[in-house]
Design a protein around this ligand. Structure first.
Ligand SMILES: [Zn+2]
Length: 163
């Protein structure tokens, strides 16, 4: 068996499955780094706080308008906190961060049986160096955004966010 470093192994296990990326891309309309950041954050929240989207609430803080709000769609898709269920809100802010809380009694469908994590709250803030990276360099259009999105999907959560 080929040996791999623990870092490479960690990165691989945290990489988003290709199916998640393709389904989220279909949902959102295009692939880009902001969407992927939301996907990473939301899927981590499901793992860490609650397996059921009925047990989660999300508050997303980022500037109004695209590309920042593409992050909101990523969070919706992966966390299951959606506009329709009313368990996600967006607040205008500088920078980009998200707060997830595990709802005490569930969002609705109170009889939903679900697996719950031990933590009640999770805060993830985009690392300033990642913010800077996203605001440097030329705009390479949709193709560049898709390339960067795929690249971000392979990064570990810690490389992208501070907890
Ligand atoms: Zn977008």
């Amino acid at each position: 068996m080929k040996k791999s470093s623990s870092r490479a192994r960690r990165r691989r296990t945290e990489a988003l499955p290709a199916k998640v990326i393709s389904q989220a891309t279909a949902f959102h309309g295009h692939l880009g780094p902001w969407l992927v950041l939301g996907l990473k954050a939301g899927s981590y929240a499901r793992k860490k706080l609650a397996a059921s989207p009925f047990d989660l609430r999300a508050r997303v803080f980022c500037p109004a308008g695209t590309p920042y709000t593409c992050f909101v769609d990523g969070v919706q898709f992966s966390s299951g906190c959606t506009m329709g269920k009313g368990n996600i809100v967006h607040r205008r802010a500088k920078g980009c961060r998200v707060e997830f809380t595990r709802a005490r009694d569930g969002v609705h469908h109170k009889d939903t049986k679900s697996q719950r994590g031990t933590d009640r709250m999770l805060r993830l803030a985009l690392r300033s160096e990642v913010w800077d990276e996203l605001h440097s360099g030329p705009d390479e259009g949709m193709a560049g955004a898709a390339r960067l999105g795929r690249e971000f999907s392979r990064r570990s959560l810690e490389e992208l966010f501070t907890a």
